[in-house]
Design a binder for this molecule. Structure first.
Ligand code: SF4
Length: 488
């Protein structure tokens, strides 16, 4: 992720995952596998894509703005990245006009040889480390926090690459799932709390790594297991796989929002089917917040599994009362609220014949700013809905994420500014309810949230961040993130 503040999405009312990674080693078609795998992870980052490969002698790199298909569909593009090992990255673009130099994988020639890294997550003390490195003479090529890792590896005095990487990562706080390539093989690793996902798979003699298991389905690989929190998995060119756990024992805190929204529903995350988890959240929501209604309508597409669960639990029929156009180009950078509103209308349309005269329960995965929710409620009323009840398949999002997810600053989050009733008034719904934090935990297989040792990162709901946030504590705009009086 970039150290400068990221752009907000045009329809701007979702938290947005910023990166996806894929790697393959000991594969005759490593780059083609990586391109296919990245394509399956496109939802995790749609503004830029890059692949780096290694043929035993040289590293080759190709990075560009746009989708994976725009950069890596031709046979020429694949042939330009030869070798048995490749790693790739998809990400969102950022401010600063420095797009290309920040596109990953990042590469550097170190004293020990080439070093390429693809990173999903965000280092929450990157600026502090960077300032220190710059004071000591380091010259940075990008504004990416990932480059900090490269400089720390370059200046480590340990003899082996894995030791140098561990030495570097001991200084880093925050979230990282990394795929590293060196002349001796691939290293995949996850931060000690396992905040961002990373899974390992097999296809023939090849070992593959990806942000989500869906990428393995697409390339025909078998899911072996998750890379464990705090684990480094080293794979060499003879196929030897070594697992290291250098960071001691920590309780895992994977991001619970992967279940709510980020991951594709056909992925498996933290041992659970994302689709089943989303349905279970909907069932939980129906138990906690029932309402007399004629139809359960999902806000497409992310609200669909939770709406199915809500309908099954409540007995209220599930119907597609909103149709999403799949042909609306994703318009990037529309910072004004007015422009965002028009984006909503082009993307979604009420199914008037179905909705007219009905009491509707709308199901969405989250409310971030509230602008999209307001427009969708208005749209249902314009289509003749008699009542519009809003149900949300996550607790109120009242805190920003600092772990590789693009969130607005706290003062822009509707749930940070308002209690539930003013939120209901703001989005103009007849009623509004969110699933409880314990209900969310139950839906993903826990018996509830363990307050002493939460089983997931849930900081965007609870404000309890599982790591230090060193850079935030130093920033001038920290007041925007601090608690303030809510509209009650
Ligand atoms: S703060 Fe929220 S979005 Fe960010 S890692 Fe934690 S649970 Fe996920």
């Amino acid at each position: 992720m970039n150290l400068t503040h990221p752009f907000l999405d045009a329809d701007g009312d979702k938290l947005r995952e910023e990166c996806g990674v894929f790697g393959a080693i000991n594969a005759a078609d490593a780059t083609a596998l990586t391109a296919l795998g990245l394509h399956a992870l496109q939802h995790r980052g749609q503004e830029a894509a890059g692949i780096t490969s290694f043929d035993g002698q040289e590293f080759y790199s190709s990075r560009g703005l746009g989708h994976v298909a725009e950069n890596f569909s031709s046979s020429e593009a694949i042939a330009a990245l030869p070798g048995m090992m490749a790693a790739g990255h998809v990400r969102y673009s950022t401010t600063g006009g420095s797009g290309l130099r920040n596109i990953q994988p990042l590469y550097a020639d170190l004293a020990s040889g080439g070093f390429a890294v693809a990173h999903n997550g965000n280092i929450s003390n990157a600026q502090t480390l960077r300032d220190d490195l710059v004071r000591r003479g380091a010259i940075f090529q990008s504004t990416s926090d990932t480059e900090v890792i490269i400089h720390l590896v370059a200046t480590s005095r340990y003899p082996t690459m894995s030791d140098r990487l561990v030495d570097a990562l001991r200084l880093v706080e925050g979230a990282y799932s990394l795929i590293v390539m060196t002349p001796t093989g691939m290293i995949a690793c996850r931060d000690p709390l396992g905040i961002r996902p990373l899974v390992m798979g097999k296809i023939g003699d090849a070992t593959v790594f990806a942000s989500e298991s869906v990428a393995f389905d697409v390339v025909g690989a078998e899911l072996v297991r998750e890379v464990l929190p705090g684990e480094l998995v080293l794979v060499d060119f003879d196929g030897n796989v070594t697992s290291l756990h250098p960071f001691g024992n920590h309780r895992a805190r994977p991001c619970i929002f992967e279940h709510v929204y980020f991951s594709r529903p056909d992925s498996v995350f933290a041992g659970h089917s994302v689709y089943e988890a989303r349905k279970a959240i909907g069932q939980q929501l129906a138990i906690e917040a029932p309402v007399e209604a004629d139809l359960v309508v999902p806000v497409p597409d992310s609200g669909v599994p939770a709406a199915i669960g809500y309908a099954q639990q409540s007995g209220v029929p599930f119907e597609l009362g909103i149709i999403r156009s799949h042909y609306v180009g994703r318009t990037f950078i529309q910072p004004s609220d007015g422009a965002r509103h028009s984006g909503v209308k082009r993307k979604h349309n009420a199914n008037r014949a179905l909705v007219e005269g009905k009491r509707i329960v709308l199901i969405d995965d989250s409310i971030v700013r509230g602008t999209t929710s307001l427009k969708i409620v208005e749209m249902m009323r314009e289509a003749g809905a008699k009542e519009v009840h809003f149900r949300v398949a996550s607790p109120p999002t009242a805190h920003s994420c600092f772990y590789g997810v693009d969130t607005p600053e706290r003062s822009k989050l509707l749930a940070a500014r308002m209690e539930i009733e003013p939120m209901r008034e703001f989005i103009q719904a007849d009623s509004l309810a969110f699933v409880s934090i314990d209900g969310l935990y139950r839906a993903v297989g826990a018996s509830g949230r363990d307050a002493a040792h939460p089983q997931f990162c849930d900081a965007c709901f609870t404000g309890e961040y599982p790591t230090s946030l060193t850079d935030l504590a130093r920033r001038d705009d920290r007041d925007a993130q601090l608690p303030f009086d809510k509209v009650a």
